[in-house]
Ligand binder design. Sequence first.
Ligand SMILES: [Zn+2]
Length: 171
Amino acid sequence: MSPQHTEFVKLNEPYVASFGDKGNLALPPAKKLIVVTCMDARLDPAAFLQIKEGDAHVIRNAGGVAREELRSLIISQRLLGTREIAVIHHTDCGMLTFTSNDVHSIVKDAAKGNADVAKRVEAIDFLEFKDLEESVKEDVAWLKNQPLILPETPVSGWIFDVKTGKVSQVA
Ligand SMILES: [Zn+2]
């Protein structure tokens, strides 16, 4: 299989053709909203929350772990005017299926005897979680207690159901 990127220019053409006036959008998000969610390929936050271009910052990582994103959250709030944060984790998340030790072993086994690789990967906490609802509540609590997040920020926590497409508030 050839790398996907060889198709990018072709795949982009219909989008460019219908781009319209989106080139006039302002840099600061219109809804002043940050959504932190998982990188899971089944999640389309723009679709399930009706977020359009220019509306919000959608920050994604493995699990949608907010405490990994302090740098982006500060930039979003202080430089680009966002004022609300929603954390959205989801059912069937891969983060429920492994431990950091598992990932350490996988990486180390693939580089047998390489002490530098071992040391580097062991320094990484992969921030996995065992309980989905707890993981959302912990993230929301962390944001509410984080001195570098604006104190008046409304922070909510959600679970997206990959079987139904439905969001439920849990914090
Ligand atoms: Zn996930």
